[in-house]
Design a protein around this ligand. Structure first.
Ligand code: SF4
Length: 443
C-alpha cells in the first residue's frame, strides 16, 4: 500500500473510496460559508510552456471574447443563488495568463462585486513578460492589491531547461518600483535540472532585492502529460534544496509563512490556497464548500456550451463525509504551518483533540509538530514531510485526475478504490471504458 493510501485510510478511518461523479444536482449552498474566497481562471497563454500542467489554451481573440461573456454569466448563475452581497475574503485571478484579458478584468471584478463584497483584496497572477508600468496601473485601477509574478528562475540555464527565455528584468523591476501593491509575490521553482544551491539562493536574493515582498517556492514536478525535456532532480536533491531555502531565508530574516512561502517581516501575506471555502469560476476552476468539492470542465468549448444553456459547467463533484472534509481542512491548515483548535471547532462543531488527538500526539512525538497556545504548529521537519506528502499526492492523484479532465469534458465518475491500492476507475461519458487511474480532490 502506498504512502498516500495509508494516510487516507488512517485519517478518514474508513476504506470507503473518494467518489467523484458528474451527477451534480446543482446544489451549491455557500450562504453560511465563512472565510469564503473567490477564484477566476483565465486559460489563455501566448505560447505553451513545456513544464506547465495547468488548464490553458493558446490565446484567440474571438474565444477570449466569448469566454468573458460566459464568465459574466457564470458569476450571475452562482451569485444569484444566495442573498447578496455575500461577504468574501479575497478574489484571485489565475491562469493561464490573466493579463491577456487585461481590458476585461475590471468588468469581471464589477460583476463579482454585484454579488460579493470583497474584504481582503484582489490578486492577479502575472507572466513576467506582462509586467510593465502600463499593465500594473490598469490592474490598480481595477482594484488589484496583490500581484504574483511567475518568475520561476532568474538563471538563464534554469529557464532554458523549463523551455523559457529571460524577460526584460530591467523593465519588470522598474514597473514594480513605480506602481505599489500591498503584496508582490514572485514564484520560484526549485529542483530544476542543472540548478544548484547557489543559483537557487541567488534567485531568492534577486527576488527580495528587486521588489518581492514574498516568494513562493515550488518543486519542479514532471507531470506525465507535460512535455518536459528533462527530469526533476532527485528527492535527495530536492530535500537539500528545501533545506537551503529555509536556511537562507532564516539567516536573512525572512519569515516562513507556509510550507513553500517566505515573506519580508511586516509585509502583508497572501496565499491563494488556504481558504476554508472558495467558489471557482471558469474552466478547470474548483469550488470547495463544507459538504462538497466540485471541478468545472477543463474543455473550453464544452464550458461555453454549458453556460450558453444556462447550466453550471461542473464536470465532477465529490460529496464529503465529515472525516474526508476534516482531512482536507487539516491538509491546507498544515500547509499554512498552523492548525488553530478554535477555527477547527467553529468549522466542524467538534473538537480537534476529540477527532485527531491520537494523530496529533504522534506528530508531536515524531517532532513533526509542536503544541502552541491556540493549537499546533508544523516544525521544520514537519514542513519537509508535508512537502513530501504533497508531492506524493500530486503525482499519485492530481496528475491522473487532471489527465482525465483535460481529455474528457464531463467524465461520468472517478472512484478512488482502496481495493486497488491507488487504483481508480473512471467511465467516459459515452464510451464505456474502464482503466486504472488514481485521483483525489485537490485545489
Ligand atoms: S506556465 Fe504560465 S504562461 Fe506558461 S503555459 Fe503555463 S500558464 Fe501559460
Amino acid at each position: 500500500m502506498s504512502l498516500t493510501s495509508i494516510l487516507r485510510v488512517l485519517l478518514t478511518r474508513t476504506r470507503k473510496p473518494f467518489v467523484f461523479t458528474n451527477r451534480g444536482d446543482g446544489h451549491l449552498d455557500y450562504e453560511g460559508a465563512e472565510r469564503l474566497g473567490l477564484y477566476v481562471h483565465i486559460p489563455f497563454c501566448r505560447t505553451i510552456c513545456s513544464f506547465c500542467p495547468y488548464c490553458k489554451v493558446v490565446y484567440d481573440k474571438t474565444m477570449a471574447k466569448a469566454y468573458k461573456e460566459a464568465l459574466l454569466k457564470e458569476i450571475s448563475l452562482v451569485g444569484g443563488r444566495s442573498n447578496y452581497p455575500k461577504e468574501v475574503t479575497s478574489l484571485f485571478f489565475g491562469g493561464g495568463t490573466p493579463a491577456l484579458m487585461l481590458a476585461d478584468i475590471k468588468d469581471i471584478v464589477t460583476q463579482l462585486k454585484r454579488y460579493f463584497s470583497i474584504c481582503e483584496g484582489i490578486g492577479v497572477e502575472l507572466h513576467p513578460d506582462d509586467v510593465s508600468e502600463e499593465t500594473l496601473l490598469k490592474l490598480k485601477d481595477a482594484g488589484v492589491t496583490m500581484i504574483s509574478i511567475g518568475v520561476q528562475s532568474f538563471d538563464a540555464d534554469c529557464l532554458a531547461a523549463l523551455g523559457r527565455t529571460a524577460p526584460d528584468y530591467g523593465k519588470i523591476f522598474k514597473a514594480i518600483r513605480a506602481v505599489k501593491f500591498d503584496t508582490v509575490d514572485m514564484d520560484l521553482i526549485f529542483a530544476i535540472p542543472g540548478q544548484t544551491a547557489k543559483t537557487l539562493t541567488e534567485d531568492i536574493r534577486m527576488a527580495f532585492e528587486n521588489g518581492a515582498t514574498q516568494i513562493s517556492t515550488y518543486p519542479f514536478i514532471d507531470f506525465t502529460f507535460a512535455d518536459n525535456r528533462y527530469r526533476p532532480l532527485s528527492e535527495l536533491e530536492k530535500r537539500k534544496m528545501l533545506r537551503e531555502i529555509t536556511g537562507y531565508c532564516r539567516r536573512e530574516g525572512f519569515e516562513r509563512t507556509s510550507v513553500w512561502t517566505f515573506a519580508k517581516p511586516g509585509t502583508r501575506k497572501y496565499s491563494s490556497v488556504t481558504r476554508e471555502n472558495f467558489l471557482g469560476f471558469g474552466v478547470s476552476a474548483t469550488t470547495l464548500l463544507k459538504d462538497q468539492f466540485k471541478i468545472n470542465t477543463f474543455l473550453l468549448r464544452d464550458y461555453l456550451d454549458r453556460i450558453e444553456q444556462g447550466a453550471l459547467p461542473t464536470a465532477l463533484t465529490l460529496r464529503f463525509s465529515l472525516r474526508q472534509r476534516a482531512v482536507y481542512y487539516l491538509f491546507w491548515s498544515a500547509y499554512s504551518l498552523q492548525i488553530a483548535s478554535s477555527d477547527f471547532h467553529r468549522f466542524f462543531g467538534r473538537s480537534l483533540k476529540g477527532m485527531y488527538g491520537f494523530e496529533l500526539a504522534l506528530c508531536r512525538m515524531l517532532g513533526l509538530a509542536t503544541k502552541t497556545e491556540g493549537g499546533y504548529r508544523l516544525s521544520e521537519r514537519g514542513a519537509y514531510y508535508f512537502h513530501y506528502v504533497e508531492q506524493a499526492y500530486t503525482t499519485a492523484y492530481i496528475d491522473k485526475m487532471w489527465n482525465i479532465c483535460r481529455k474528457v469534458a464531463f467524465p461520468q465518475q472517478i472512484v478512488l478504490k482502496q481495493s486497488n491500492i491507488d487504483g481508480c476507475q473512471y467511465k467516459l461519458r459515452r464510451i464505456d471504458v474502464y482503466t486504472n487511474m488514481a485521483c483525489l480532490c485537490y485545489n
